[in-house]
Design a protein around this ligand. Structure first.
Ligand SMILES: Cc1cc2nc3c(=O)[nH]c(=O)nc-3n(C[C@H](O)[C@H](O)[C@H](O)COP(=O)(O)OP(=O)(O)OC[C@H]3O[C@@H](n4cnc5c(N)ncnc54)[C@H](O)[C@@H]3O)c2cc1C
Length: 478
């Protein structure tokens, strides 16, 4: 019997589980996929929005501004890269400039500090590669960038280090309440019991809400991206937005915390909640709109493309509330953008709501908010590298040449909470295979290390769980 079960190990669920371990509670984190950060938290723009875009008075506005202010501290505690690079909304003419004034006004009502509208020339002085057609820009110094899946992995890992249990491949398909507690059942027949539950199931949160008698409508809104090689990472230093519309925040051009350049996303509703394929039309639209802001953007340097799915409500606001029809349950529904920016604040609010419902929040004196990340060999100086290799010779063996990832890092990823158990899990934790060759050189060696460390045969190693085996059998076999 757990005190609280959090359903969904995206950035919101993982941070909520971590927040709960601050107290003397038995915490369970349930995830339907075979790893954490497999939903929207895996594929998004990675922006810590300043909060000028949300409608004043909404939950979204409140959580965005609070979450933005919390992010630097959370990232520091969890050893996750975060940079307050500032953001800029570019206007192309008078109609857009009116939008900038409206955004500044909204932002000030939301409590966003430091907003300023600058002329086109002033914007180009800050960002020399900005289009000559930009006539003005809204500058937001508190905008930032973070790695969304690293943040999620670190939050889940820190929750586990503080005593929480993570169960992956646990797709909640039923929930019933009796004798003061919930019984959650999984697709494979397993059950889990908890006194309180938090629904943080992202794109599945309306389905979980339905099990609790609450009715919400969600639709998937796809966003396609182009990711450019590291050599393009210094094209811009700010995150460059265009004016937002009803369809979303528009296509951006932004550096990432790992030094790449990211372009996107599109914004198209779709009925399929799983389809994360990319389309030629979508990617062409991204390239075209990105070039409107930064004409010299070099799309010949694209190393990969991907799609993320927003869990959008027609009301376009977050639901962060006690269940209206069930006891001892908190609903976190419709956490679309800016959900990443808001996640630390949503997590705190979810725990506050549980406390209001009667969950005893007695401080856990053993709680440690810090998590040491896996050492990043590529970011170290010669002396740091020498010391690390002395401690563990596996750090002297480079596996991924594009991203300078060592065997020591891969081994840590397979054993540190939450442990990776497939190639993509190793990739998200270490960047193995994330470079220009997309794993062409390092995959065979990474497979050998995964097999050795997990005590399985190379043919049993998967790309991303299930039957996604990487090797089909032996060559020259009968
Ligand atoms: C294209 C795009 C761009 C975005 N850009 C930004 C941005 O720049 N800045 C920003 O702040 N936000 C951005 N967002 C929003 C942000 O990514 C999300 O708000 C955030 O990741 C939501 O986190 P989550 O934990 O609620 O959901 P998810 O990350 O989707 O996690 C939910 C988890 O629940 C699991 N789950 C679902 N059903 C069940 C079940 N029945 N049982 C067990 N587990 C279940 C899923 O597998 C998933 O892992 C963007 C989103 C998209 C898609």
């Amino acid at each position: 019997m757990y005190d609280v079960a959090v359903i969904g190990a995206g950035v919101v669920g993982a941070l909520a589980a971590r927040e709960l371990t601050r107290y003397q509670l038995r915490v369970l984190l349930l995830e339907k996929a075979d790893d954490v950060a497999m939903g929207a938290s895996k594929a998004n723009s990675a922006i810590v929005h300043a909060g000028f875009d949300c409608v004043p008075g909404t939950r979204m506005a409140e959580m965005n501004v609070k979450g933005n202010a919390m992010m630097a501290q959370v990232a520091k505690e969890l050893s996750v890269p975060f940079k307050q690079n500032g953001s800029m909304v570019a206007a192309f003419g008078e109609a857009d400039e009116a939008v900038l004034r409206d955004l500044k006004d909204r932002g000030e009502k939301n409590g966003v500090p430091g907003l300023a509208i600058v002329s086109g020339d002033e914007a180009r002085a800050l960002e020399p590669k900005l289009s000559p057609d930009v006539t003005a820009a809204l500058v937001a110094p508190t905008g930032g960038i973070v790695c969304p899946y690293e943040l999620t992995i670190a939050a889940a890992g820190n929750a586990m280090d503080n005593g929480a249990t993570l169960l992956c491949n646990f797709a909640v398909t039923g929930a019933s309440f009796s004798d003061g507690h919930w019984t959650l059942s999984a697709a494979d027949g397993r059950t889990a019991e908890a006194r309180y539950i938090v629904n943080a199931a992202g794109m599945g949160s309306d389905i979980i809400a339905g099990m609790l008698g609450d009715f919400y409508t969600l639709r998937a809104r796809r966003g396609e991206y182009l990711l450019l090689d590291r050599e393009q990472g210094d094209t811009v230093s700010h995150t460059i937005f265009q004016c937002p519309s009803a369809a979303g925040k528009g296509v951006l051009v932004t550096p990432t915390v790992d030094g790449n350049l990211l372009l996107g996303p599109t914004s198209v509703y779709q009925d399929d909640r799983e389809d994360r394929s990319t389309t030629a039309e979508g990617l062409a639209e991204v390239a075209r709109l990105a070039a409107k802001s930064v004409p010299t953007v070099n799309t010949r340097a694209v190393i990969t493309s991907f799609t993320g799915l927003r869990a959008a409500r027609p009301e376009h606001d977050f639901v962060i509330a006690p269940s209206a029809h069930s006891p001892q349950a908190v609903e976190l529904v419709g956490i679309e953008s800016p959900g990443l920016s808001s996640a630390p604040a949503i997590a705190e609010e979810a725990v506050r709501l549980l406390g209001e419902m009667g969950l005893a929040l007695t401080e856990n004196p053993a709680f440690d908010p810090h998590r040491e990340g896996i050492p990043k060999f590529r970011e170290m100086d010669a002396e740091g590298r020498r010391k690390l290799i002395e401690q563990d010779p596996l750090f002297g063996h480079i596996i991924c040449r594009c991203e300078t990832v060592t065997e020591g890092e891969i081994v840590r990823a397979l054993h540190q909470n939450p442990p990776a158990h497939d190639l993509d899990g190793v990739k998200r934790r270490t960047r193995t295979g994330m470079g220009r060759c997309s794993g062409g050189f390092c995959t065979p060696q990474a497979v050998e290390i995964i097999a050795r460390e997990l005590g399985i045969g190379p043919a049993e190693v998967t790309k991303c769980g299930g039957e996604s085996y990487l090797l089909m059998g032996e060559t020259k076999a009968d």
